[in-house]
Write a protein that binds this ligand. Structure first.
Ligand code: XLS
Ligand code: NI
Ligand code: NI
Length: 447
């Protein structure tokens, strides 16, 4: 492989004092076994093409600041093809097995969809070659039904039939690509699938349209023999003020309402959880409880900024609790940890891209280590077991086993004095638990 970047391949160096971030991985040791499985298998890290290759580091107030070696290619197709080489070299140097992309990340649009597909196919040809050469894999691909002005009012939920038709044709081609590159999953993030105001929106019709659209997508995948897992990615707002796939719970209700729950799981993003007013671990728990945890867009938000800033994860508490849910789920099956993340606008060098990925990988690897120990020691399990123990016998067991009616529950409590009821409650000991969590983080990572 040709050398595009002046960086050594990232290897595990441990966490001895004095080692600078970026010298290597301090916590991510791909071959090390955690609960009987290699870290690289628990943590199927993925690089996001749209950020790492395409993101110019713009914000709503300023132009891009990114400095990239591929900027030297002026012809858009030439640049698109060159970026494939840079991408694969990046994956190799970062020690990452997977990547993810939207159709429009890869190649410029032409004058018609036919021309656009031809541009895209040229780049996909090269990607397929590179994949065969290197063994790198696609965690998921998706279609951008939100960047081009034709999607001003949505793609599958657009109030214009021509745009819905175009969206279907675009997804059809993306599914063909998914089959070619053998994508583990196919993601639908409802870019502009939502609304700004009910004054001009038929919400029910739009939701029926997108449900029909998803059924058609699945039918087409079956027809061409694409067997990757379909994923929906919830987000509450931005760009529209009411995104239909608001959060995990809303998205699960949507899937069940329209009979799609057998065909879809969820791809959950950290920053989207914040925007929905939830923690990341809450979203992952909701999906896990429903048996619909698919994959993770591992990024984080900022408590002080109200938009999707896609920061690389560095919050060890969040990573620990999310990895805890992941371990409880027995892993992510076809899913992984996709860095839907970009460096900050002031971190504009190529070196920052490497450092940012290293930080994200180490944060989740550290979280995995702590979570595994918390599970092994049954820290939360034993607390939770004890907290609900009154359902193991007496009236609690009767309630659990459907042996009591409302009337019998009333009989049981009607004459109980307040003091007995208060005595039936127990402290939640939350301060102690949080401090135990701190201790686990310090001791497991301090080793
Ligand atoms: C945007 C989404 C997007 C999806 C892929 O907020 O996170 O990047 O992951 O379309
Ligand atoms: Ni995302
Ligand atoms: Ni996002």
């Amino acid at each position: 492989m040709s050398e595009y970047y002046d960086f050594n391949k990232m290897e595990y160096i441990g966490n001895q004092k004095g080692l600078k971030a970026g010298d290597g991985f301090h916590y991510y040791n791909p071959g090390e076994l955690i609960q009987g499985k290699k870290m690289s298998e628990w943590l199927k890290f993925s690089v996001a093409y749209w950020h790492t290759m395409d993101q110019r580091l713009v914000d709503p107030f300023g132009d891009g600041t990114a400095q990239r070696p591929w900027d030297k290619f002026e012809d858009p197709m030439e640049q698109a093809l060159a970026k494939v080489d840079y991408m694969f070299e990046f994956l190799d140097k970062m020690n990452v097995e997977y990547f993810a992309f939207h159709d429009r990340d890869l190649a410029p649009e032409g004058k018609t969809l036919r021309e656009t597909n031809a541009n895209l196919d040229k780049v996909v040809d090269k990607i397929v070659e590179k994949m065969q050469e290197t063994g790198k894999k696609v965690l998921w691909n998706t279609s951008s039904l939100f960047t081009n002005p034709r999607f001003v009012a949505g793609g599958a939920t657009a109030p214009f039939a021509d745009i819905v038709a175009y969206s279907a044709a675009q997804i059809k081609h993306s599914l063909e690509i998914a089959k070619r590159v053998n994508s583990m999953n196919y993601v639908f993030w409802g870019g502009r699938e939502g609304y700004e105001s009910l004054l001009n929106t038929d919400m029910k019709l739009e939701q029926e349209h997108i449900a029909k659209f998803f059924h058609m997508a699945k039918d087409y995948a079956n027809e061409i023999g694409y067997t990757g897992q379909f994923l929906l990615e919830p987000k509450p707002k931005e760009p529209t003020s009411h995104q239909y796939d608001t959060d995990a719970a809303t998205t699960i209700a949507f899937l069940k309402t329209y009979g799609l729950e057998k065909d879809f799981k969820l791809n959950l993003e950290g920053n989207h959880a914040y925007l929905a007013g939830h923690t990341y671990e809450h979203e992952v728990r909701v999906a896990r409880d429903a048996g619909l945890l698919g994959s993770l867009d591992a990024n984080m938000g900022d408590k002080l900024i109200g938009w999707d800033i896609d920061e690389f994860p560095n919050d060890i508490y969040e990573a620990t609790l999310v990895m805890y849910e992941m371990l409880k789920n027995g892993g992510l099956a076809t899913g992984g940890l996709n860095f839907d993340a970009k460096p900050r606008r002031q971190s504009f060098t190529m070196e920052d891209l490497f450092l940012a990925h290293t930080a994200g990988m180490d944060t989740y690897a550290a979280g995995l280590r702590v979570a595994a120990k918390l599970l092994e020691d049954r820290v939360f399990d034993s607390v939770i077991e004890d907290r609900y123990s009154s359902f193991k016998s007496g009236i609690g067991a009767d309630f659990e086993n459907d042996k009591v009616t409302f009337k019998e529950l009333e009989d049981y409590v009607i004459d109980k004095p307040q003091s007995e009821l208060i005595a039936a409650t127990k402290s939640g000991h939350l301060e102690q638990l949080k401090s135990t969590l701190n201790n686990y983080i310090f001791t497991v990572l301090g080793k």
